[in-house]
Design a protein around this ligand. Structure first.
Ligand SMILES: [Zn+2]
Length: 240
């Protein structure tokens, strides 16, 4: 199974790896820094460098059956032959895209902490993201939320990551009740993400290490998706 090096260090932009499998349009390695699509966060893009050759990786996904991390590529036959099991390659992330995903993804945790309602869905993007809530009677205010999320973002807070067994989590029903995302079942160990004083929940995505790294944010739109459901749209507040 591929070692998910993005959990060791989400900031590694380039790493050497060995090809373990080559398929029609995808390749697997002994380890990777490419995050596979999941939890509302897109799969990474980037390059494979093999000597003087470069092959583009357009997407990263887990194989639904084997759970292997597949790196999707399109390469002409002469380049394809460079990818054989045992070959050593240098993986290189599209870092600017991934770093924006890390900021947006972490901002979703902040948004979830600000809105006291169950999360029903979400999608992280390079420029914009959204989070859906079952708000009940709770009223949401776009400008108030924009101020609040930026106030959190400016705090000098470092994220903490830990692995906890399901059994330990089961022994803390009160803790689980307060989580907007419930821990997965039947997986053994659960990766937990803590933003001290703000949020604590199971999460398999990639995050910034300090809140201050997140660029200024803006709640751009709050959409009605049925009587009790609201879709909150988040963008970077980018000034020209
Ligand atoms: Zn997360």
């Amino acid at each position: 199974m591929t070692e998910a090096y993005y959990y060791e260090d989400a900031y590694t932009r380039s790493i050497s790896a060995v090809v373990t499998g080559v398929f029609n349009d995808s390749v697997t390695f002994d380890r990777t820094i490419f995050y596979p699509l999941g939890g509302g966060q897109p799969g990474d893009q980037g390059f494979l460098n093999i000597g003087d050759d470069q092959i583009m990786i357009s997407d990263t996904r887990r194989d639904p059956k084997t759970r292997e991390i597949l790196h999707f590529f399109a390469a002409p036959p002469e380049q394809r032959s460079l990818l054989a099991p045992g070959a050593r390659v240098q993986l290189e992330l599209d870092w600017s895209r991934r770093f924006r995903h890390m900021q947006m993804h972490t901002a979703m945790h902040l948004l979830g902490a600000l809105i006291d309602a169950p999360v029903t869905g979400g999608q992280v993007g390079r420029d914009k993201s959204r989070l859906d809530f079952d708000v009940g009677d709770l009223a949401l205010d776009k400008s108030a939320l924009t101020l609040q999320i930026n106030a959190l973002r400016e705090q000098s807070v470092s994220l903490e990551f830990e692995t906890v067994s399901e059994r330990v989590l089961d022994a803390q029903p009160d803790l689980i009740r307060t989580m907007s995302v419930k821990p997965p079942r039947g997986v053994g160990d659960v990766r937990m993400v803590r933003i001290p004083g703000i949020d604590y929940q199971p999460c398999g995505g990639t995050h910034v290490s300090k809140l201050e790294e997140i660029q200024p944010l803006m709640i751009s739109k709050i959409e009605n998706k049925g009587r009790q459901n609201r879709r909150v749209h988040l963008t970077f507040e980018e000034r020209e």
